[in-house]
Structure formats: C-alpha cells, structure tokens
Design a protein around this ligand. Structure first.
Ligand code: KG4
Ligand code: ZN
Length: 339
C-alpha cells in the first residue's frame, strides 16, 4: 500500500559490487545490501570486466530480494527505481540497468537513471541536509573531481584529473609494492606505520587550476623502487607509502581549501572510495577545524560503492519529475554535468 512516505529502490552494478538499497524520504536507509566480488578479482590484481558481469548476473536477484526483505517493503510501496546508468564497465552496468527496467515494467514503477558520481556525492545527504552552494571532493577508483553545486541535481566540475584517478594511483603504487588488490587500504595502513622521508613530486599545475595529475607521482614511486633495486639498496615500503600518501593528500587538501574559499561554499562533502582514507579524513578535519565551512565525511560503508547513494540521488530526481524511459542503457562515458 502507498503511504505518504517516499520509498526509492537503488540499484548499483557499475564495477565490482552488486548493490541494492531501499531508502525512505531521501535520507533514511531501510536496507543497504552489498555483495562484493573483490575476492574473485584479487588473484588477477584488478577487476576483470567479464567476471564482474557474470557475478552481477548471479547475484542481482538475490540482492534485490534481500534488500526488500531487510526493509520489510514490497514493490507496491516503491515510488521509483533508481539505477546507475554510468560511468562504469558497460557489461556490469547493463545487468543493473536491465534488472531495473524489468522491475519497472513488471510492477509499473517509474525508472530513473543515475550518474555514479552523483551517487557518491549524495551519500553525504544521508548524513545531513545539503546547504548550497557546496563543494564535493570526489575521490574514487575512476574519478578525481571538485564538483560545485548551487542546487540539487546541478553539478559543475571545476577541476578534475588529467590522467590517473587517485584510487587508480593508489592501486598501481600498491601493485608495485606487491600488495593485494584493491591496494588503497593497504597503502593507507602502511602509511600510518611509516615516515614520509622520501622526496616525491606534487603536481600543482598552472596557477589557479583546480585540475589534478597523479601519473607523475605514481611513476616517481615506481622509479624510486627500481633505482633502489638496481643500486642494491633497500627502501622501506612503509616510508614510501607514507611519502606517497603525504604528497597525494597535500595536493588534494590544498586545492580543495582554495576552492571552498573562492566559491564561498557552506559545505564541503567528501565522496568516493578514497574517502575511506584515514590520512585524508584526518588532514581535512584538521584543516577545516578553524573554518566556517561545514565538513561532511561519510562513514566507511557509504564511501565505497553502495546503492543507498544511488537511491538518494533517485529521490531528488523523482521530486524534480525526472524519469527515464525504456531506452535507458548502460553508458560508460556518461557526463555528470548533463546527467
Ligand atoms: O568509489 P569506489 O568504491 O569505486 C569506484 O567508483 O571507483 O573506489 C574504489 C577505490 C579503489 O581504488 C581503492 O583502492 C580506493 O578506492 N580505496 C582507498 C581506500 N579505500 C578504498 N584508497 C586509499 N585509502 C583507502 N583507505
Ligand atoms: Zn564508486
């Protein structure tokens, strides 16, 4: 039976987590189920697209049922189904998009395609209501962006990476240190045990730019390891991890602080898988302790890929009257500003 409450189902299958969530009135999580495939991809040192699609296919109906059961909700009560449309792996996206289309058609429920990064940003709205203008620092395996928002559902990318995403750089550096996939959490842990004694570059780019670049830093780490090996010297992985992490955080926090001041934002939201990084969380907290800007940092469960964040975007789009039709498709190159 329909109530006055708005109930949205979110579906996320863009990478290596099959996730379904149900949220109430845009901010209250009724269920948030995530089936991770990390164990299956670990032995290959990264996500294998073909394997990801197969796992999504095996898991999706089970995860949908589990999300409904945990929430104690039936399809009759659901106002809209929001699904990640892109960006991501096309074969992986298609599983979620097709599941959402089938459910939408069978139960006559509106369908809403959502941008994955909008999802990471809206994970923060589950914690606190947005105050505009706001800035999001989006740091994930595929994206590194500063996104300015003047109102719900409107995104302006003021800076982005010109090469590697932060998470990608973390994973590649971890790989060069023979750490398991995904490497980010391992580097983060090692960084806390080591000292930042190795000099590594920081790519500030041209004056005033909010863009980022991490491939030079990543190469510098790999070169440092090779050179030491050739000279028969030993480099402490924990010191290298600490030096790498310090360089990444220094650039991210400095540019973000400058942007929050220039655009006079009320809130700074941290978003994406790398938002789980303890060093980054701590540095931002220290940096904003003297600022009027409200810093919002999601709990770890909402930083990595999940479907509650997709449902949270769906809630706002539903209110704004946005709907997708059955031509909705997986779109690996979906643009945030036009989503
Ligand atoms: O947002 P996400 O779950 O997936 C994408 O949409 O890309 O982000 C995954 C990325 C991986 O590169 C992973 O290594 C990184 O987030 N990550 C971390 C930490 N936890 C996850 N990077 C640094 N420190 C962490 N603690
Ligand atoms: Zn993500």
């Amino acid at each position: 039976m329909k109530t006055d409450d708005q109930i949205i189902m979110g579906i996320e299958t863009s990478c290596d987590e099959t996730a379904v969530a149900i949220i109430k009135n845009g901010r209250e999580i009724l269920s948030n189920v995530v089936a991770s495939q990390i164990e299956s991809h670990k032995r290959f040192g990264g996500v294998v697209p073909e394997i990801a699609s197969r796992h999504h296919l095996e898991e999706i109906t089970i995860v949908i049922e589990e999300a409904l059961n945990q929430a104690g909700v039936s399809f009759k009560e659901i106002d809209a189904i929001a699904v990640t449309e892109g960006p991501g792996l096309v074969g992986a996206l298609l599983i979620g998009v097709n599941a959402a289309k089938a459910l939408s058609f069978a139960h006559n429920i509106p369908l809403i395609g959502v941008h994955h990064i909008a999802g990471h940003i809206y994970a923060n709205r589950i914690l606190t209501e947005f105050k505009f203008p706001l800035l999001s620092l989006v740091v994930s395996g595929g994206h590194t962006e500063l996104v300015l928002m003047e109102e719900h559902g409107e995104y302006k990318v003021i800076g982005e990476t010109r090469d590697d995403a932060v998470g990608e750089a973390y994973d590649k550096v971890a790989r060069s240190l023979q750490l398991p996939y995904p490497g980010g959490p391992h580097i983060d842990r090692l960084a806390h045990e080591g000292e930042a004694t190795i000099k590594l570059p920081r790519a500030w780019l041209e004056d005033g730019s909010y863009d980022f670049s991490f491939s030079g830093l990543k190469s510098a780490v790999i070169n440092t390891l090779h050179n030491a090996e050739q000279r028969g010297e030993k480099i402490e992985p924990k010191d290298l991890a600490a030096s790498f992490q310090e360089s990444v955080i220094d650039v991210l926090v400095t540019k973000t602080r400058r942007a929050t001041e220039e655009f006079k934002v009320k809130q700074l939201l941290l978003a994406g898988g790398v938002a789980a990084n303890k060093g980054l969380r701590k540095k931002l907290e220290e940096n904003y302790s003297d600022s009027e800007v409200e810093l919002v940092i999601p709990p770890l469960s909402l930083c990595t890929d999940n479907a509650a964040m997709i449902a949270a975007v769906g809630s706002i789009m539903f209110e704004k009257g946005k709907r997708s039709n059955y031509r909705l498709n997986g779109n690996p190159g979906l643009d945030l500003e036009n989503s």
